[in-house]
Design a protein around this ligand. Structure first.
Ligand code: ADE
Ligand code: ZN
Length: 333
């Protein structure tokens, strides 16, 4: 099979459903912000994006997001994200933002959402892709802190916010499904969708909890479901989509190589899988590159690529009219 053509993959109509704003800052931008605010860099620019694993990576997010102080900087970050999506050829993104990483925005969630929304609105007026926000809890947060975030989201009812999310490190947090069940139940009752990181730093039991305790509409990563056939069967039976990020799983040491990554085995078992970048700037990847890597490693033809792209559209929290448009464009690819 010839090497996949990146410009052809960029033209594949699709959405990105698992990407964090916290992971979308290029090194020169971070250096500029650090210099502006008199903050020291944790290591030299050339080695800024070297990570030892998930815990180290999450600490880095606290540093990077701690550089963002003003409304203008937040709006700029949102606008830059829309440009990144457009360069990759994605027509819609569900973007995860976790307020716990942003120390200058503590207890200012409505202001934070408003600043991001200003950036996305400006981008959309330039014809850049539509973005929905998934406001994220952290696995190591308390139930009370989670309840407060949900209270604020419910009171705000901001049209930009499409979902409640949860991310962070399940290996340090332990089993936390029960702690967050009430927050997710109340978010759903208020009309928010639910997307849950699980089966990355937790095993298949984390994926089962995401479904049974948090009512996940979609699971971020979810790849370690492969270790328990009964969890794979549950995903297939309920057709719960996984937002898979192959390069992230290699860089953050979930799998040693793409050949050992379970995305193709999950797909062939009947689990709906989409391809995503997680934290593209920090992990040195792009959406079209992730599609190309999988096509090459697993010998995917156009029919498989179209199926995976279709899953990204169906799994997204985009409005129905936009989904219908994307489906139609996909049929003509
Ligand atoms: N936040 C940003 N990237 C993440 C990941 N891969 N896992 C958990 N939380 C995250
Ligand atoms: Zn993620």
């Amino acid at each position: 099979m010839p090497a996949p053509d990146l410009s052809r993959l960029r033209a594949l109509p699709r959405a990105e459903v698992h990407v964090h704003l916290e992971g979308c800052f290029d090194a020169p931008l971070l250096e500029r912000w650090a210099r502006r605010h008199g903050e020291t860099m944790p290591r030299p620019l050339e080695r800024l994006f070297e990570f030892q694993g998930l815990a180290d990576f999450l600490d880095f997010l606290d540093w990077a997001c701690g550089l963002v102080r003003t409304r203008e900087e937040l709006a700029e970050a949102a606008h830059d994200f829309s440009r990144r999506m457009d360069r990759s050829g994605a027509s819609y993104a569900d973007l995860i933002v976790n307020p716990t990483h942003w120390r200058h925005w503590v207890a200012r969630l409505p202001e934070m959402i408003d600043a991001l929304d200003a950036g996305f609105r400006a981008a959309e007026q330039e014809g850049l892709p539509r973005v929905g926000l998934c406001i994220s809890l952290l696995r190591t947060q308390s139930a009370q802190a989670a309840a407060q975030v949900v209270d604020e989201l419910v009171a705000l009812r901001h049209p930009r916010v499409v979902a409640l999310s949860i991310d962070g490190n399940e290996a340090t947090a332990g089993r936390t499904g029960p702690r967050f069940a009430d927050a997710f139940r109340r978010a759903a009752a208020a009309g928010l969708r639910r997307t849950v990181h699980a089966g990355e730093s937790s095993g298949p039991e984390g994926v089962r909890d995401a479904i049974e305790l948090l009512g996940a509409d979609r699971i971020d990563h979810g790849v370690r479901a492969i270790e328990d056939p009964s969890v794979v069967a549950l995903l297939v039976e309920r057709q719960i989509p996984l937002g898979i990020c192959p390069t992230s799983n290699l860089v953050l040491k979930v799998y040693p190589s793409l050949e050992e990554h379970p995305i193709d085995r999950l797909r062939r078992a009947g689990v709906p899988v989409s391809i995503n970048t997680d934290d593209p700037a920090l992990l040195g990847t792009s959406l079209e590159r992730e599609y190309a890597l999988c096509a090459e490693a697993f010998g995917w033809d156009d029919e498989v690529l179209r199926d995976v792209a279709r899953t990204s559209i169906e799994a997204s929290f985009a409005e129905n009219a936009l989904k219908a448009q994307l489906r139609e464009r996909l049929a003509g690819w």
